[in-house]
Design a protein around this ligand. Structure first.
Ligand SMILES: [Zn+2]
Length: 262
């Protein structure tokens, strides 16, 4: 039975109640970690042998609240004696810097005790994961482009790609928004029926999101990565979204640690 465990539902703001972005999708007996915000290694440790059993890590983009927990997760897997190979899918531009970061932390990939397959996202090209049990397809969006524009930096920093993800196994289809530039980034993804959409709600507003989802055939909508003001009014937000989106059967605003079963 598919499920999503919400390990971290916070935004990029420090928050005592919500950790950084990280969700665990169980699908066809495969465990996928969607983003690896801190402190995902501790959250996974609470769930039995998952640090050893995790099949793949899917990184939507390189903002620290989505990837900052990765080195500690790799170190934790090493310390717990993981042997199982690990797939990590991420924006192509990040692979070399992330591997250098791991080396800078005195971790060597050779010394981890398990192999890592570094898989690059390419826009709208499906990756086969978990020994072919499921497929993940990235849809590039303009989230980082918009963020860098607002930085007013003269540095020659080239923003990496940012992706929304479609994950499919048999007839189950899940969508993870990642961070967005606007709700329109989701339009193509929600034009096809889905069992669940896990969407951020800090770079887009509730009404904007509802406009794109109004005709969508989606069973469950989970709202995470809420802006500070919305996070303080979660109950009101849920009522509002239920009014705006009467066709969606279930709308959830999960807390950290909550699990949604399908
Ligand atoms: Zn971001």
């Amino acid at each position: 039975m598919p499920s999503i465990s919400f390990l971290g539902t916070g935004s990029g703001f420090p928050n005592a109640d919500r950790f950084f972005a990280s969700s665990l999708l169980l699908l066809k007996e495969k465990h996928l970690l969607i983003d690896a915000g801190e402190p995902c290694v501790h959250s996974l440790r609470d769930r039995g042998t998952l640090i050893r059993d995790l099949d793949a890590i899917l990184i939507t983009h390189g903002h620290v609240d989505h990837i900052g927990g990765l080195p500690a997760l790799l170190q934790g897997a090493m310390l717990l004696g993981r042997k199982k190979p690990l797939e990590i899918a991420l924006p192509e531009e990040m692979i070399s810097p992330i591997r250098a970061w791991i080396r800078a932390l005195y971790l060597t990939e050779e010394g981890l005790g398990f192999s890592i397959a570094w898989l690059a996202w390419h826009d709208r090209e499906s990756l086969s994961l978990g020994d072919g049990a499921l497929f993940a397809k990235p849809f590039s969006n303009r989230h980082l482009e918009v963020c860098y524009r607002s930085l007013h930096t003269s540095d020659a920093v080239h923003p990496c790609n940012s992706y929304s993800l479609e994950i499919i196994a048999d007839d189950f289809r899940a969508i993870f928004s990642g961070d967005l530039s606007s709700a329109d980034d989701l339009a193509e993804l929600v034009a096809t029926p889905a069992n669940v959409l896990v969407s951020e709600l800090s770079h887009v507003g509730p009404k904007e999101l509802a406009t794109v989802l109004h005709e969508a055939d989606i069973q469950a909508l989970c709202l995470i990565h809420l802006s500070e003001d919305l996070a303080n009014e979660a109950t009101e937000l849920r009522v509002k979204m239920e009014e705006l989106l009467p066709k969606i059967a279930d709308i959830f605003i999960p807390e950290d640690g909550e699990i949604l079963d399908f």
